[in-house]
Design a protein around this ligand. Structure first.
Ligand SMILES: Cc1ncc(COP(=O)(O)O)c(C=O)c1O
Length: 390
């Protein structure tokens, strides 16, 4: 029997514990396993290679993403590190022009040193993607909605391009989660998550996940996962499984709140720009609707020049200034100096990550309270029309 997503969130992967009947997968807090004789083990040898709690989460993310194989890592970046290790010296990746700063950093400061290079492309422009294809390009790496400008890339169409040219399509699905968008079903080869965000959902665990359909690709990734060793610990695997159980109810509220707040911001007169793919005026709106079941809960905006974003951050009461996103609590951040500081200023500016940009991870608090907090902080940030950018 195949279950729908709301049932899979709770019963997907490995449901409970066969041995005791416990309704939750136990935390197998062990590094190693007794072997009954040389070469005779019960499927588990050493917890970097495999651990039953982690395996339950790995099966769960595979089920949720409509894949066959899943892998869990100690962070989103550990997952990205392992995925990028699929490539060899001389290979090139096409990469979306606004991506998480840490993804840019590992490409630019780590993998480039091993001669694995990248070309930055506005991947919402399909012709630009096609034009960037070359023999040395081995993969297209996209985020959609992208971090932090929420740019939408048409996954189906980019998948057609990657398939036509025999390239791998990698999608970072952190912002929407499989509850809203399933890239493997749209033709992608590999999905990455920072499980730290909506999947965990409570800002208490760092984790990364990968899901794929193809057995050969999965075997290579399992090999690299064990060889590199950035695996997720049993306790953290348990916490992410627990977080995923409530993903559906949390996302419903996140998206509802975000829709209201994006509408409010765009008609408030306080902002000069709102980026949210759920607004009809957003350039990605139609594609977003075709490929996902909701626009997510990340909003970016630029305050009107009358307001000083520094004072705005300091004046918030309910909403917290912090790195990260996707938790039940609302967080704001300043991409230029926080999440995207690793991207050189000229590249940031050229793609629109201006110093005044504010990124808002809309939580599941009462939307009226969130709007009230935004409004009082914006009002307090009025700075005589002069912004001090020392
Ligand atoms: C879209 C995206 N991908 C990957 C990462 C990296 O994940 P982690 O912080 O869990 O290493 C982040 C972190 O903010 C992110 O926003």
């Amino acid at each position: 029997m195949s279950y729908k997503i709301n049932s899979l969130l709770i019963h997907g992967g490995i449901d409970g514990d066969e041995t005791t009947g416990a309704v939750n997968v136990p935390i197998y807090q062990t590094s190693t396993y007794k072997q009954d004789g040389l070469g005779k083990h019960r499927g588990w040898e050493y917890s970097r290679t495999g651990n039953p709690t982690r395996a339950a989460l790995e099966k769960l993310i595979a089920d949720l993403e409509g894949g066959e194989y899943g892998l869990a890592f100690a962070s989103g970046l550990a997952a990205i590190n392992t995925v990028l290790s699929l490539f060899r010296s001389g290979d090139r990746l096409i990469v979306s022009d606004n991506i998480y700063g840490g993804t840019f950093r590992i490409l630019d400061n780590v993998f480039k040193n091993f001669n694995i290079t990248y070309t930055i492309v506005n991947t919402s422009d399909l012709k630009a993607v096609e034009d960037a294809i070359a023999d040395d390009v081995k993969a297209i790496y996209i985020e959609t909605p992208a971090n932090p400008l929420l740019t939408i890339t048409d996954i189906r169409e980019v998948a057609k391009i990657s398939q036509r040219h025999g390239k791998l399509l990698i999608v970072d699905n952190t912002f929407l989660t499989p509850y809203l968008q399933r890239p493997l079903e749209l033709g992608a080869d590999l999905v990455i998550h920072s499980g730290t965000k909506y999947l965990g959902g409570h800002s208490d665990t760092i984790s990364g996940l990968v899901a794929v359909k193809d057995k050969l690709l999965a075997d290579r990734l399992y090999y690299l996962q064990n060889a590199i060793g950035g695996v997720l610990a049993p306790w953290d695997s348990f916490l992410i499984i627990r977080g995923i159980k409530t993903l559906g109810v949390r996302m419903d509220r996140h998206v509802k709140n975000a829709g209201r707040i994006a509408e409010w911001l765009s008609t408030s007169g306080y902002v000069s720009k709102v980026y949210y793919p759920g607004l009809e005026s957003d350039p990605g709106y139609e594609i977003q609707r075709k490929q996902a079941d909701g626009a997510g809960a990340m909003i970016s905006f630029v305050l009107d020049e009358k307001y000083d974003y520094r004072k705005f951050f300091e004046s918030l009461k309910l909403i917290t200034l912090a790195e990260s996103l996707g938790g039940v609590e609302s967080l704001v951040c300043h991409p230029a100096s926080m999440t995207h500081a690793a991207i050189p200023a000229d590249i940031r500016k050229s793609v629109g990550i201006v110093d005044e940009l504010i990124r808002f991870s809309v939580g599941i608090e009462d939307a009226d309270d969130l709007i009230e907090d935004l409004e009082q902080a914006i009002r307090k940030s009025k700075g005589n029309g002069v912004i001090n950018h020392e």
